[in-house]
Design a protein around this ligand. Structure first.
Ligand code: APR
Length: 243
């Protein structure tokens, strides 16, 4: 499953950086965005996951995000998430960059997490940027207690800028790592899609874990076409033997 070359690189690695996408949460029952049952195949992203959608059709916007929150309230981390907790503890420097907003890496227990696209369990004011925990009892269109403006889930909507501090840390972690592992992402959405190339450009060994071929596959030093939970639990067994 893992080449001798990768095992050697991991054995000697001090700094490892991981990028995860929706695929690592698929085995927890979270729909991915693209591919055959992808969320964006069913719902028009530009009509739902944008600031314009919130301003023009706030009820539709919040119905969509409340539906996603209800779904995410029922899910738990899977073996892939828990394996990444073990893997984090194995390396001196480990950074987990995630595009996911489902809070599952935090639930599983990883420590050094960079949530590039935010976290759906919080609300942020579209005007004064105030961050509030989501109030599940709140019904209707939530408004900011401080300034009265629309709240939005604390996620990066299409057309939204990312948190530049988090992005800079993600780029930094990608540029200094010896091994970069891309897990469960179609590697199509920028700026996350550039992170593996930053790593490779700085000499990292680039690994992809994904049952399907992606835009990244041809550039990876090693492609493991398996589900994240199977590949990552096997990786933890290998690391245990290397200890
Ligand atoms: N294990 C590993 N990978 C999997 C699994 C699995 N069990 N199941 C599916 N995958 C892979 C798919 O093959 C696909 O390549 O996960 C990937 C999911 O790709 P996308 O649905 O495009 O999700 P992602 O790459 O995370 O999207 C990036 O796009 O819509 C925006 O903000 C949203 O963060 C998201 C970003």
């Amino acid at each position: 499953m893992f080449s001798e070359k990768l095992i050697q690189r991991l054995k000697n690695a001090y700094t490892v950086t991981v990028l995860t996408g929706a695929g690592i949460s698929a085995e927890s029952g979270v729909p991915t965005f693209r591919g055959k049952d992808g969320l964006w195949n069913k719902y028009p992203v530009e009509k739902l996951a944008t600031i314009e959608a919130l301003e023009k059709t706030p009820k539709l916007f919040w119905d969509f995000y409340n539906w996603r929150r209800e779904l995410l309230a029922t899910i738990k981390p899977n073996l892939g998430h828990y394996a990444l907790v073990d893997i984090e503890n194995y390396f001196e420097e480990f950074t987990l960059i995630t595009q996911n907003v489902d809070n599952l890496h935090l639930d599983a227990g990883n420590k050094n997490i960079l949530e590039l696209h935010g976290n759906i369990t919080k609300n942020r004011c579209t005007n004064c940027d105030d961050l509030t925990q989501m109030d599940p009892k709140e019904s209707g269109i939530p408004k900011c207690r401080k300034c009265g403006a629309f709240l939005k889930p604390d996620v990066v909507l299409f057309g939204d800028p990312l948190n530049q501090n988090i992005l800079r840390k993600a780029q930094e972690a990608s540029s200094v790592c010896e091994v970069f592992i891309s897990i469960g992402t179609s590697a199509e959405v920028e700026p996350a899609a550039s992170l593996p190339f930053i790593a490779k450009g700085n000499g990292a060994f680039l690994v992809e874990i994904n049952p399907e071929k992606t835009a990244l596959s041809a550039n990876a030093d090693e492609v493991i076409n398996l589900n994240a939970s199977k590949a990552l639990t096997h990786l933890t067994m290998i690391l245990d033997r290397l200890r």
